[in-house]
Ligand binder design. Structure first.
Ligand code: SF4
Ligand code: SF4
Length: 457
C-alpha cells in the first residue's frame, strides 16, 4: 500500500504518538470512553492503535478504522493531557492515512466524498435539505445516512436559523470605526442566515464595516480535514488564505471574525495545512493572527453597545472547538453577562454534544447518546434559552430538547435592539431573575424586517 503522505509528516505522527506516557488522565474526559469504558475508544487506546498503524505501515486494521472513526476530534483529551500530546495533528494524520489506504469499501468512499461535497456547496446543500423536508417523515424512516440526513434537516434549530438573503444587511450607520472580514461559512450560509444577520447588525451598530470579499458561502476546509480529505481541505483553505491575506496586506481589514467555532478552530491552525507550501504557510500565519472569534472581538469593545437588561437565564454550552480547540471560555460568558443575561454553567461542560462536523451523520448512535446526555445536563439548569458559539452544536442539541436555542450573537443582538431568537418572542423575565428596569434600545431598521421563515436558497 502506498500513501502520498510525505515521509516527514508520517515521522511527525510517529513522534507525536511516542510522546504519550499512557497514564490515562485523558480517559475520563473522553466522551466515547465515558459512554462505554472501552479502552480502544479512549485517547490512550486510539494513540496506541495509530502508533501501531504508522509503525507497521500497510493497510490499517478494521479495529483501527472503527475506533479512529468513533473519535469526535473534540480535543477534550488535549486540554487534559499533562504530557501535551499533540493529538490534533496525530488524529488528522491517521484519518488521512486511512482514507489513502483504500481500506474502505467503494460505497463508503463515495458516501464520504459525496457528503463533504454537498455540505461545502451551499446551493447543493440547500436543494438536499429541501428534498429531505419534502419527503418528511418518510425520509426520516429511511435506513442509514439518508434517514439521518432527513432527521437532521428537520431539526428545529435549522428552521430557527434560516433567513432570507435580503435580511442580511447591517443597519446603515454614519460613523465608521473599523473594517473586518466575516466568515459566513458554507453550511452556516444555508442553515444559519439569522446568525450571520445578527452578527452584521451588531457590528453595524458599532460602526464596523463588513468587507464583502466575494467569498460568501466559501468553506474553510474543516469538514474535509476531519474526513481525512486533506488535499480538498487545502484547496478550500487556500482560497480564503489568499483573499484574506491580500485584504490584510492592503490594510482593508483589521481582523477576520468567525461565528462558527468549528471553522475558527481550523483557521487558527492553518499553517499546519501548508507545511509543504512555504508561501501559503507565511500567508496563513498572518491570517491565523488576525482570526478572532466574534465573542472575543465583541468582549473587547462591548462598551460601544447599548443593551436592555433582558435577564433571560442562558445555559451556555461550550462547543468543543471553542473550549478545547481555541481555549475560549471566558469571553462568551462575560459578554453575555455584560449584556444583562444570567449565565448558567452546564454539568460535564467538557463533554461533546455529539455534533462534531459530520459525526452525527456518520456515527448517529453515539451522537444520539451524547446529544441526550447533553440535553439532560442542560435541562437540569432550567434555562430560558440555550446558547453556543457553533451552529452545529445548536442543531444537534435542538434534536433532544424543546428549550429554544440561539447563537451567542443572536442573544447579544436581541439585547441590543434586534429581533428575539425563535422561541423567545413571548419571553418575560422570570421571577428568579432581577426585574427588567430599563427600556430596550429602539428596534433598528434591520430588526424591523418581517418574521422570516424561508430558507436562503
Ligand atoms: S494522551 Fe496524554 S493524558 Fe492521555 S494517556 Fe497519553 S500522555 Fe496520558
Ligand atoms: S478527540 Fe475527543 S473523542 Fe477523540 S480521543 Fe480525544 S477526547 Fe476522545
Amino acid at each position: 500500500m502506498q500513501t502520498i503522505i510525505p515521509t516527514e509528516r508520517l515521522d511527525q505522527g510517529r513522534k507525536v504518538a511516542d510522546t504519550c506516557v499512557h497514564f490515562g488522565f485523558c480517559t475520563s474526559v473522553c466522551p466515547t470512553y465515558v459512554l462505554d469504558h472501552e479502552e480502544n475508544d479512549s485517547p490512550r487506546g486510539r494513540i496506541a492503535l495509530i502508533k501501531d498503524m504508522l509503525a507497521r505501515g500497510g493497510k490499517p486494521t478494521a479495529a483501527t478504522v472503527m475506533h479512529v472513526d468513533r473519535c469526535l476530534s473534540c480535543l477534550s483529551c488535549v486540554t487534559t493531557c499533562a504530557a501535551s500530546v499533540d493529538y490534533r495533528t496525530l488524529v488528522d494524520t491517521a484519518r488521512e492515512y486511512i482514507e489513502q489506504s483504500g481500506v474502505r469499501p467503494f460505497h463508503e468512499r463515495v458516501k464520504r466524498k459525496a457528503l463533504s461535497y454537498v455540505m461545502t456547496h451551499p446551493r447543493l446543500l440547500g436543494v438536499a435539505i429541501r428534498a429531505s423536508r419534502v419527503t418528511g417523515g418518510v425520509g426520516a424512516r429511511l435506513p442509514g445516512i439518508l434517514g439521518t440526513l432527513a432527521r437532521l434537516s428537520g431539526a428545529r434549530a435549522i428552521g430557527a436559523f434560516a433567513v432570507r438573503g435580503q435580511d442580511l444587511a447591517a443597519p446603515a450607520g454614519s460613523r465608521k470605526t473599523g473594517k473586518v472580514a466575516l466568515l459566513d461559512g458554507c453550511v452556516q450560509s444555508v442553515m444559519g442566515g439569522e446568525i450571520n444577520a445578527a452578527a452584521r447588525r451588531l457590528l453595524g451598530r458599532m460602526g464596523i464595516e463588513v468587507v464583502d470579499n466575494g467569498l460568501a458561502g466559501r468553506c474553510c476546509g474543516a469538514l474535509d480535514l476531519h474526513l481525512g480529505h486533506r488535499d480538498t481541505a487545502q484547496r478550500h483553505a487556500a482560497k480564503l488564505v489568499d483573499a484574506w491575506h491580500a485584504l490584510l496586506e492592503k490594510g482593508e481589514i483589521e481582523a477576520v471574525l468567525v461565528t462558527t467555532s468549528g471553522c475558527g478552530s481550523v483557521i487558527r491552525h492553518y499553517r499546519e495545512l501548508f507545511q509543504d507550501d512555504p508561501l501559503r504557510r507565511e500567508r496563513a500565519a498572518r491570517v491565523e493572527a488576525a482570526c478572532v472569534d466574534i465573542t472575543q472581538f465583541l468582549n473587547t469593545r462591548v462598551q460601544e453597545l447599548q443593551f436592555a437588561r433582558l435577564s433571560a437565564r442562558v445555559a451556555y454550552h461550550d462547543s468543543c472547538s471553542l473550549k478545547h480547540g481555541q481555549k475560549i471560555t471566558r469571553e462568551p460568558r462575560e459578554v453575555l453577562e455584560h449584556a444583562g443575561f444570567v449565565v448558567a454553567d452546564i454539568a460535564e461542560n467538557h463533554l461533546c454534544c455529539g455534533s462534531a462536523g459530520t459525526y452525527n451523520i456518520l456515527q448517529p448512535e453515539i451522537a444520539e447518546r451524547l446529544g441526550q446526555r447533553k440535553a439532560g445536563n442542560i435541562e437540569a439548569t432550567r434555562p430560558d434559552v440555550i446558547a453556543a458559539g457553533n451552529m452545529g452544536c445548536l442543531v444537534q442539541i435542538s434534536m433532544y430538547t424543546d428549550i429554544p436555542v440561539a447563537h451567542t450573537v443572536q442573544l447579544l443582538d436581541w439585547a441590543a435592539g434586534g429581533p428575539p431568537p425563535r422561541g423567545m418572542e413571548t419571553f418575560t423575565p422570570p421571577a428568579h431573575t432581577p426585574a427588567c428596569t430599563e427600556s430596550p434600545p429602539p428596534r433598528d431598521a434591520a430588526s424591523a424586517a418581517p418574521e422570516t421563515s424561508d430558507l436562503l436558497w
